[in-house]
Design a protein around this ligand. Structure first.
Ligand code: NAD
Length: 356
């Protein structure tokens, strides 16, 4: 019986998670599955309750589950705290505790939301459905040596971009596995024309590709990839890349869809529970007003079903229900367009539920 650890978090977190759990329970009824839920504290609400953003009980609850569903953390009332105990530390902490080295961010443009897309209509028309797989725990963000100092020539700052073979291999396998569940293509993005680290990256990725003869590997320099994402994103299926390049490209891919309230994400480790969350924050400006779009969180549940719980049909059913809801013209404020009907967070949840 799959056990889900639920981290509602702050701001709109509890509202959007509530709708996602209703959808999951409906999926359970339809497919004869029973999910159990354990709620735990993270972020600002944990600071208020127990004095820190990531209580030990939360870490244990996550470790004892098959998957973790998170709303969002943070809000202005905690902005002036010591950075060491701010809400965001809870998020970084749980990623570290669970060893989540792979971040999967699908950026998909739903046909009904094409008008929100920042790309030219003829480009948007060709479709945008890219999964950026970003390495999350290595590369230049963590490499040593790093530092700031004053030398004879003046002040210098430096970081080290380093990737170990095993780090490249494991993120590569996540990307190839993801491609198998999609359209069977991986594009590895690097800067092998300049960086030694990228040449090792490329060599290891080619080795990983040998393990997946059914998946096609292509390679692209990061500057070109940034351009191709806006020129013709329809050419990409899965993009796999390191921490720094992935940070930039995953935001670029998400931003061009124009719908932040629609985008889910997954962070995966080696065998343990994966963490699923919308890419947006806690939206304190609309919290508690039944205005939040719950679809990114509902789509995060679909990712959870597919990547952690081995239930692809259930995942498809959730995604289809979201598409049908959009085609009925229902919209929360963030994706409202002329000719569509405005609904609140709970009504949007009702509509998806009815479509499952
Ligand atoms: P945000 O994503 O919370 O909000 C940006 C804008 O998008 C706001 O106008 C908000 O109302 C809107 N928005 C976001 N999600 C929406 C949704 N589901 N439905 C409708 N509208 C939505 O980013 P921010 O304002 O920069 O940050 C607010 C707080 O969230 C900060 O404390 C920040 O640190 C935190 N944050 C948390 C996460 C996370 O938990 N993963 C990520 C980013 C920001």
């Amino acid at each position: 019986m799959p056990k889900i650890c639920v981290l509602d978090g702050d701001g709109i977190g509890p509202e959007i998670v509530a709708q996602a759990l209703r959808v999951l329970e409906r999926i359970g009824e339809r497919f004869g599955r029973t999910f159990t839920f354990e709620h735990a504290l993270i972020g600002g609400c944990a600071i208020d309750a127990v004095g820190g953003p990531l209580p030990e009980e939360t870490v244990n609850a996550c470790r004892g589950s098959h998957a973790v569903l998170l709303g969002a953390v943070g809000g202005p009332q905690w902005d002036d705290l010591d950075p060491a105990i701010r809400p965001e530390k809870g998020l970084l902490g749980i990623r570290k505790e669970l060893g989540l080295f792979a971040n999967l961010r699908p950026a998909r443009l739903f046909r009904e939301l094409q008008d929100a897309c920042y790309l030219r209509p003829d480009i948007a028309e060709k479709g945008l459905d890219v999964m950026v797989v970003r390495e999350l725990t290595g590369g230049i963000y963590f490499g040593e040596p790093r530092g700031e100092e004053t030398r004879d020539t003046g002040r210098v700052g430096y970081n080290t971009m380093i990737y170990h073979e095993h780090e490249i291999r494991r993120i590569g396998r996540v990307a190839f596995e993801a491609a198998r569940k999609r359209r069977g293509r991986v594009c590895s993005v690097d800067k092998a024309n300049v960086l030694d680290v990228s040449r090792v990256w490329r060599a290891v990725m080619r080795e990983v590709a040998q393990e997946y003869p059914d998946v096609e590997l292509s390679e692209m320099y990061v500057d070109n990839a940034a351009m191709q994402l806006v020129r013709d994103p329809s050419q990409f299926d899965v993009v796999v890349t390191g921490n720094l390049f992935g940070d930039v490209l995953s935001d670029e891919a998400a931003a061009i869809t124009g719908s932040i309230g629609m985008l889910p994400s997954a962070s995966l480790g080696d065998g343990g529970p994966g963490l699923y969350e919308p890419i947006h924050g806690s939206a304190p400006d609309i919290a508690g007003q039944n205005k939040a779009n719950p679809l990114a969180t509902i789509l995060s549940v679909a990712m959870m079903l597919r990547h952690s719980l081995g239930m692809p049909e259930e995942a498809d059913a959730v995604e289809r229900a979201v598409e049908t809801t959009l085609s009925q013209g229902l919209r929360t404020g963030d994706i409202l367009q002329p000719g569509t009907r405005a609904v609140g967070c709970a009504e949007m949840g009702d509509a998806v539920l009815a479509c499952v």
